[in-house]
Design a protein around this ligand. Structure first.
Ligand code: HEM
Length: 451
């Protein structure tokens, strides 16, 4: 199989940043950086696997460090005591304060709900097992028929046309419609789900620097969107409490949460919904959009999947390894002095965990940049993180990806790029193709030679 690095890189020509050649050129967060991330990871692995960002630590006077080694990141995410999340520290502060977290200004409803539903690791586990696992975790299989129906409905909208804008006509609406069905969100308000989803996700992915800091006016307007989102969800909760249906919000109005020995309050449910909407939409969209590009660039793999559907899961895992949607997050702090790869990292430093770089760490993977369907333990990539804080929606996302490719493999003989792609990724920390025009040959349709 061919190396990804052998492929032409149309994105490079469009990037406003030069491709880095030396460590001094590496900047993962500047404008246009996303078009060169994988070349930057090669340089970091060779020369600076623990890369300092001076003055950007958590505690005053400390620094941030970009971790790129699989072994380092896997160790960090497995130890919550030594490497707490900044969010957990905030939850501890809110718990210690006298004020009601649900009434505290600038505290979003998800964070407020954490103070009552999951203030410590034991309750974090219960929250998963009792509230989210049955719908988006190990219990996500209950959604299989619905995901198949949604994928087929989307394909039917464009399969006869011979072209598709793959992002807006498949990769984006699929997780939106799936999440709406899971939650019990009215389908006629799908646009609102996207609008609120953009509002919740913005501070996590679009801002500048490793912490995604947004300008103040954007923070203010984001709080207005979040207030609308909260009011809308509250109405939904009220309706579902009165007339429960077979969906996650109805379930949350009824379930008895064992650590508190009571049902959830409306604001607590609102906080859980917020978390589902942050995590459940864009991430899977970006995974699907990268996967179609990998398959166009590897026609041999496309043919293999057509012939042997049992390989689809290996493909989606390998694609998530090679093109992680969430490339990195500044999501842990050092609670004591540490040493990674011989580099001293003092207490109070910010750790930027670069999942995508760990996924191509040559110490962890043979032929790290090659798409291979025969990897042993291919799920050990860090795209969903690992340990107690591993992404709670990983099972749902995996289901969506596998179903999507099975339905696409049934319906499509071949995808090809058309000439009018801009191929740019959106700025931020996601590997996010913003639009992708493709020619499509329907399965069973005669070949014209040029799709
Ligand atoms: C390809 C798709 C996805 C990727 C790449 C992804 C990635 C991640 C990563 C890296 C984290 C951070 C884990 C840590 O800090 O250790 C995370 C957390 C999270 N993800 Fe995902 N995720 C995806 C899909 C989903 C879906 C479908 C949902 C919801 C249905 C979801 C909900 C969440 C939530 C709520 C968190 C925060 C942790 C928590 O509240 O328990 N994610 N995800």
């Amino acid at each position: 199989m061919k190396e990804i690095t052998d492929k032409p890189k149309p994105k490079h020509a469009l990037s406003s940043m030069q491709c880095p050649a030396h460590l001094s050129d590496v900047d993962l967060f500047g404008t246009g950086a996303c078009e060169h991330w994988y070349e930057a990871y090669d340089i970091l692995h060779r020369e600076a696997p623990v890369h300092k960002i001076p003055g950007e630590g958590f505690a005053p006077g400390t620094d941030a460090f970009i971790l790129t080694k699989h072994e380092d990141i896997a160790a960090v995410v497995r130890d919550q005591e030594r490497f707490p999340l900044p969010g957990s520290l905030m939850v501890q502060q809110l718990c210690a304060a006298e004020a009601d977290p649900f009434e505290t200004p600038n505290v979003n409803i998800m964070m407020a709900a954490m103070t009552t539903l999951r203030p410590n690791p034991q309750m974090w586990r219960s929250h998963r097992q009792e509230l989210t696992d049955p719908w988006v975790g190990p219990g996500a299989g209950r959604n299989e028929a619905m995901v198949n129906r949604v994928a087929q409905e989307l394909i039917d909208r464009w399969i006869e046309r011979g072209t598709v804008e793959f992002v807006s006509e498949f990769a984006q609406p699929l997780p939106q419609m799936v999440m709406a069905n899971v939650l019990g969100w009215p389908m006629e308000d799908l646009k609102l789900l996207k609008y609120y989803g953009d509002g919740t996700v913005k501070p996590f992915v679009y801002g500048s620097g490793h912490r995604n800091i947004l300008p103040q006016e954007e923070i203010d307007s984001q709080f207005e969107v979040l207030a609308e989102f909260k009011a809308y969800t509250q109405e939904l909760i009220t309706r579902k409490r009165a007339r429960p249906a077979e969906d996650m919000i109805s379930f949350l109005t009824q379930v008895e949460y064992s650590p508190l020995a009571r049902r959830l309050a409306d604001d607590e449910i609102n906080g859980v919904v917020y978390a589902m909407v942050i995590g459940g939409l864009e991430t899977t969209q970006y995974a699907l959009a990268e996967q179609v590009q990998l398959l166009i660039e590897h026609p041999d793999v496309w043919r293999q999947l057509k012939a042997e559907r049992g390989l689809v899961r290996a493909f989606t895992e390998e694609a998530m390894r090679l093109r992680a949607p969430t490339q990195g997050l500044s999501t842990r702090i050092t609670s004591q002095d540490e040493v990674f790869q011989g580099v001293r990292v003092p207490k109070g430093s910010f750790l930027h965990l670069r999942w995508a770089a760990a996924n191509i760490d040559p110490q962890e993977w043979d032929e790290p940049q090659t798409l291979r369907l025969d990897r042993k333990a291919g799920t050990r990539h860090l795209t969903f993180s690992q340990g107690a804080r591993v992404c709670p929606g990983a099972s749902l996302s995996r289901l969506e990806q596998v179903v999507a490719w099975n339905r696409l493999l049934d319906a499509v003989e071949e995808f090809e790029y058309t000439d009018d792609n801009n191929f740019l990724h959106q700025p931020g920390i996601m590997l996010a193709t913003d639009h992708l025009n493709l020619a499509v040959r329907r399965a069973g349709a005669p070949s014209t030679g040029n799709t």
